[in-house]
Write a protein that binds this ligand. Structure first.
Ligand SMILES: Cc1cc2nc3c(=O)[nH]c(=O)nc-3n(C[C@H](O)[C@H](O)[C@H](O)COP(=O)(O)OP(=O)(O)OC[C@H]3O[C@@H](n4cnc5c(N)ncnc54)[C@H](O)[C@@H]3O)c2cc1C
Length: 357
């Protein structure tokens, strides 16, 4: 009998697995070979200021503190692994309008604390391959989370607790207070089941009556190689060029609401090229292109719930564009809830259907 079965081995599932396992819980993890996982293609950017209007990322300091603590504790226990790196970031203005918007806002406390040195157009400190026609600023407290490294490391750590398969309506049943999961021609039992199934939660029959409002967004990204860009800074403007070593850069990401599949397209390639060319002026070679679906919610917030009709059945998702930032806070919160020492964060409880009854 397990304490918890976690369904989904993306960032949400693996951070939760790690938090529960380290707290002494007996866990099992089920995933369908990470088919359609957003985590395996995510760029890993953690950034305090988002969008054209320079909005602060929701509860950034609180979530970043938890993320840094969690990833550095994992790093100190897992030999020679690096999961999170603070990284310098340049935010370049697109035009005069953006420059004006920024000037009106940056003295505000919420924004100012993330703004380092400001620079003007064509400033000599900015590399000539970076298009800098309107100036910009250095963003403080940004970083890169190594998604694939973390997932691979957790997969090998938990290999003896991981099972391969897809959980549908018929694979799950409840007898008294125990959940029975049929998988790989066997039945395993647990007191709790936690769905961490990303965008596929939108089709999950067990969550269907919760009224969760998904607003899934496709994203495409690519890896480029060029000798002509410095590898010292992330270059960003709602789209980022992220140094990943050996003169290669991950460029992410597009936003497409009307294409709900994970296949990279020629249209995506064109949009990526346009976004890259708006930020840099140098030749580059595209090494690979990938696509994924972000598990975004209508409320633009992640959620955690225990099903009101099925005690012991929980779900955690809606990590949207910020899985690396949100997952550790959510996993700790869930751990406190399961250990009866805290409530689910009320701002993450997005149960529409049951709220309105
Ligand atoms: C192009 C792109 C760029 C991105 N860049 C960033 C970034 O820079 N920074 C950032 O933090 N985030 C970024 N994201 C967002 C990030 O990918 C997501 O926030 C995060 O990966 C969501 O993680 P998850 O674990 O909820 O979902 P997923 O990673 O999708 O994992 C869900 C897992 O559940 C499994 N599963 C689903 N249903 C079942 C079932 N019924 N039975 C068994 N297994 C099941 C799937 O196989 C999958 O492995 C990006 C996303 C995209 C698409």
């Amino acid at each position: 009998m397990h304490d918890c079965i976690i369904i989904g081995a993306g960032i949400a599932g693996m951070v939760t697995a790690r938090a529960l396992h380290d707290a002494g819980y007996d866990i099992a993890i089920i995933d369908n070979a990470r088919k359609g996982s957003a985590s395996i293609i995510a760029a890993g950017l953690i950034n305090p200021i988002t969008g054209k209007r320079f909005e602060p990322s929701w509860r950034y300091d609180e979530f970043l503190l938890k993320a840094q603590q969690f990833y550095s504790e994992c790093e100190s226990r897992d030999d020679d692994q690096v999961y999170y790196r603070p990284f310098p970031m340049l935010r370049i203005f697109a035009d005069e309008k953006e420059y004006d918007t920024f000037q009106k806002k940056y003295t505000l406390e919420y924004l100012g604390r993330y703004v380092g040195e400001q620079f003007g157009p064509e400033h000599p400190s900015i590399h000539p391959s970076i298009k800098n026609n309107y100036g910009g600023f250095r963003t403080l407290n940004a970083g890169i989370f190594e998604y694939v490294n973390f997932l691979n490391s957790m997969s090998s750590k938990f290999s003896s607790f991981m099972l391969n398969g897809f959980i549908d309506k018929g694979n799950l049943s409840r007898t008294n207070d125990v959940w029975n999961v049929t998988i790989d021609n066997q039945v395993i039992h647990s007191r709790k089941v936690i769905f961490c199934d990303g965008w596929q939660g939108s089709k999950n029959p067990w969550l269907a009556d919760l009224g969760l409002r998904y607003d899934i967004v496709k994203g495409e990204s690519c890896i480029i190689r060029t000798k002509l860009l410095p590898e010292t800074d992330i270059i960003s403007r709602g789209f980022a060029i992220i140094p990943i070593g050996n003169q290669t850069f991950r460029c992410a990401a597009t936003f497409q609401w009307n294409e709900l599949h994970t296949i990279p397209t020629a249209f995506g390639a064109e949009r990526l090229h346009n976004r890259i060319s708006s930020l840099i002026d140098c030749e580059y070679e595209v090494l690979e292109q990938s696509a994924g679906l972000r598990p975004t919610m209508f409320e633009h917030k992640p959620f955690m719930v225990e099903h009101p009709k099925y005690p012991g059945l929980l779900a955690m998702g809606g990590l949207g564009t910020k899985g690396a930032l949100y997952a550790p806070y959510m996993a700790y919160n869930l751990l406190q809830y399961l250990s009866n020492v805290g409530e689910i964060d009320p701002e993450m409880n997005l149960l529409q259907a049951f709220h309105h009854k």
